[in-house]
Ligand binder design. Structure first.
Ligand code: FAD
Ligand code: SIN
Length: 534
């Protein structure tokens, strides 16, 4: 199955195609170059678009005095609520410090304490201060700046901006051997074409745009996960959508990307209050306001139900020099008419992160030969049912390096693609009703009836097909495929765990200490199975 598109009008080649220019794609590209492989880096908007540049809180790594990878592992496992793969967490926490040192060597500059050491803060779920940050709350912008500078200096990396990857190309042996791309305005590479390679690395980030309100930018439409699904790859843990507890509440009329108020604000002393001015997280979890994200998001949702108000409050008035420590957040609050140094900030949960994605092994290899996945699009098993704060940038750094090493050891010759004639395409008109249905029925809290209603809406929307290939239609079709995968897995998991909250199955169940895997066959039929946690 592939998306309807025009006939390819051009062909280009490279050893490896990397799709996406966030932390995962850029790190993979740079590491491939240290093995002397040629890289084609394609990205669907401007090169700095994506979640990476928006990251606020920082990067978690056991670099502080007395901290160890083992302590980082314990916190990661606790947040992951029994679904983390131990080997993946071991890789993340033990290779993390070196990956961060390499990022620093590549030019990223982190904030320092008064004594000149790297300053470390705390976020939800961490039992100690281990989050490196840059520009106060502009960590992602600094990571993106440093990696982009290195990539742009490397003549062995060809970059194509405004290049949207539509579908994987497969050879007669079933190996992925390239992608179809739609490029806007790059001279001879214009319109739909074919990029051929010996392997493809998908690093297209998250899928926050499946919901009406999200912290994710507009490009986060899950294209790479949908591309992998259509190529027949396994996806896992997609029901675990993380809702960030503290997103600036403006108005439900505001759709799309919303301003984040980093967890680091609570790490520096801000507290959550309900409409009776009670510090409602106290007594709910030993870490109170700094409990793992799923716990705080659920309790905020409860408080909103009790009060009938669309938000709770975050009181950051006691933080010294707020505007200096959190300049981005201060500016976005002020732009929305709130001065956080003198008034409370209205906050509510919004979709933030896909803890699941395309199922991969410890080298980023998916279930399809030649197709590798890195960053938020991947399910390495390191996050389980709920990602620990600031482990995502780290995952891109660690697994980007591992994928490059694995490809350097085993990269078969180029194979030729064979045509797949089955096509599909949906009308972009489906996007808003899809987002509303997902927010209402498959959001922070779900139940069998809300999920079935959402699935019914998705089935109705699937009838709105289109015969006009264009960016909005490809993105709409991808969002629909992912929404369907999320609802199917959420219906399957009849328990509450991590960021999957079923009102009709409020308890955790040992029976469900397994991973739900889904795939889509060439005839468009869904298959699901469960996998034991390793
Ligand atoms: P992205 O950075 O999202 O990059 C994806 C890339 O793929 C983009 O370049 C995009 O344009 C491109 N792309 C998408 N589709 C296509 C296509 N079809 N064809 C071609 N290109 C495509 N994590 C932390 O660890 N610490 C934090 O402090 C933190 N704060 C966050 C704050 C915000 C507001 C948000 C939204 C996220 C935050 N996260 C944080 C999560 C983290 O930023 C992301 O998970 C991470 O940056 C994902 O990196 P990535 O490289 O996988 O994807
Ligand atoms: C934040 O700064 O609160 C976001 C951190 C993350 O998503 O890891």
């Amino acid at each position: 199955m592939k998306l309807l598109s025009g006939a390819p009008g051009w062909t280009t080649t490279a050893d490896v195609i990397v799709i996406g220019s966030g932390v995962a794609g850029l790190t993979t590209a740079l590491n491939l170059r240290s093995h002397n492989l040629s890289v084609l880096l394609v990205t669907k908007a401007r090169i700095d678009e994506g979640s990476t540049k928006w990251a606020q809180g920082g990067i978690a790594a056991a670099l502080g005095p007395g901290d160890t990878p083992d302590q980082h592992k314990k916190d990661t496992l606790a947040a992951g609520a029994g679904l983390c793969d131990l080997a993946a967490v071991d890789v993340l926490v033990s290779e993390g410090p070196e990956a961060v040192r390499k990022l620093i060597a590549r030019g990223a500059v982190f904030d320092k304490s008064e004594t000149g050491e790297i300053a470390l803060t705390r976020e939800g779920g961490h039992l100690r201060n281990r989050i490196l940050h840059a520009g106060g709350d502009a960590t992602g912008a600094e990571v993106s700046r440093a990696l982009l500078a290195a990539v742009q200096e490397d003549a062995g990396i060809e970059i194509i901006e405004h290049a949207l990857a539509i579908d994987a190309l497969k050879s007669a042996t079933g190996r992925v051997c390239g992608v179809t791309l739609h490029v806007i305005g790059q001279g001879s590479l214009d319109g739909v074409g074919r990029a051929l390679s010996r392997a493809v690395v998908v690093a297209t980030g998250g899928l926050g745009q499946v919901y009406s309100q999200t912290t994710n930018p507009a490009v986060s439409t899950g294209d790479g996960v949908a591309l992998a699904l259509r190529a027949g790859a396994d996806v896992a843990d997609v029901e675990f959508i993380q809702f960030h507890p503290t997103v600036l509440w403006r108005d439900l009329a505001n759709r799309g990307q919303q301003p984040l108020i980093s967890e680091a604000v609570r790490g520096e002393g801000a507290i959550l209050l309900n409409h009776k001015d009670e510090q409602f997280m106290v007594g709910k979890h030993p870490q109170a306001d700094l409990a793992p994200r799923d716990v705080v998001a659920k309790e905020i949702f409860n408080q909103m139900r009790i009060s009938g108000q669309p938000h709770v409050w975050l009181d950051a008035r006691k933080i010294k020099d707020f505007a200096k420590r959190f300049p981005t957040i201060y500016a976005s609050c002020v732009a929305n008419g709130i001065d956080p140094t003198v008034e409370k900030i209205p906050v509510a949960p919004a979709s933030h992160y896909a803890s699941g994605g395309v199922r991969v092994d410890l080298n980023g290899q998916s279930s399809i030969a030649g197709l590798y996945i890195c960053g938020e699009s991947a399910c390495t098993g390191a996050h389980g049912a709920n990602r620990l704060a600031s482990n995502s940038l780290l995952e891109g750094l660690v697994f980007g390096a591992r994928i490059a090493d694995a490809l350097a050891k085993d990269l078969p010759p180029q194979e030729q693609p064979v045509e797949d004639s089955k096509t599909t395409l949906l009308d972009p008109k489906i996007v808003i009703p899809l987002q509303i249905a997902m927010s209402e029925g498959a959001g922070v809290m779900r139940s069998e009836s809300s999920l079935r209603k959402t699935m019914q809406t998705l089935q109705e929307l699937s009838k709105l097909t289109s015969n006009q290939p264009r960016i909005e239609a490809w993105e709409a079709s991808n969002l629909h495929l992912l929404a369907t995968a999320i609802v199917r897995s959420a219906l399957e998991r009849t328990e509450t765990r991590g960021s999957h909250w079923r009102s009709d199955f409020p308890d955790f169940s040992d029976k469900w200490q397994v991973r739900v895997i889904e795939k889509f066959d060439t005839d468009g039929n869904w298959h699901k199975r469960v996998e034991q946690i390793k």
